[in-house]
Design a protein around this ligand. Sequence first.
Ligand code: PXP
Length: 251
Amino acid sequence: MNRQLRLGVNIDHVATIRNARGGRHPEPIRAARLAADAGADGITAHLREDRRHISDEDINLLSSRIDLPLNLEMAATGEMLAIALRHKPHAVCLVPEKREEVTTEGGLDAAAGHRHLEPYIRQLSDAGIRVSLFIDPSRVQLAVAKALGAPVVELHTGQYAESGDDNMTAELDRLIEAADYAAELGLECHAGHGLTYGNVGPVAAIPTIVELNIGHFLVGEAIFGGLDSSIKRMRALMDQARAEATGSRSA
Ligand code: PXP
């Protein structure tokens, strides 16, 4: 099995369903354990300022009761920094956050916000947390991420995922070029947002991307076939695309 490409399973929308009734079911921690058994390499959770899905208690549990590395997505705010420094997750992915948005709509504007971001990246890194910046696939953003000392970038695949047939190749080319440039700069490159069974292959085939973070589609598909099955199928599609791209078919 080709394991160069990691799968981070984002469990935010397990919490969305739980919160629809305000009770405990379905529990994100249970989804995280199941994801581990199904082949996830990490768990990703976004603690939003408005706590619309993942809660502080979820982060307590995910930090202390699972063996997989936790990737905490958060906005660069004082409140979130304090939470991250208390839990010290394996990784923090800094994302832009607007209260009114339905989901993370675009990447961080690291270029415009570099003065604001710098102390967050420094304090998180000093605490031993691997920091990534969620950015659009642009050379300018990548160069600023490098200058800021972030070791990792996560390329926003939303525009690729939402592009129609006419634009898909151009959006994929942007991702390929950005991933190449990230490698040239010595940045570890992740990608995510809006990935599905249908569009994951070409992204998984980009050889310098080492991690995909996927959530909404996996949780949605779990309604029809179970979370174990949706994660395993995604994992298999990723591995197949990567193996074909590198010419080393998985067993
Ligand atoms: N990566 C980041 C930084 C995100 O904010 C999200 C969405 O929360 C994802 C990946 C996963 O996106 P999706 O839920 O569309 O798979």
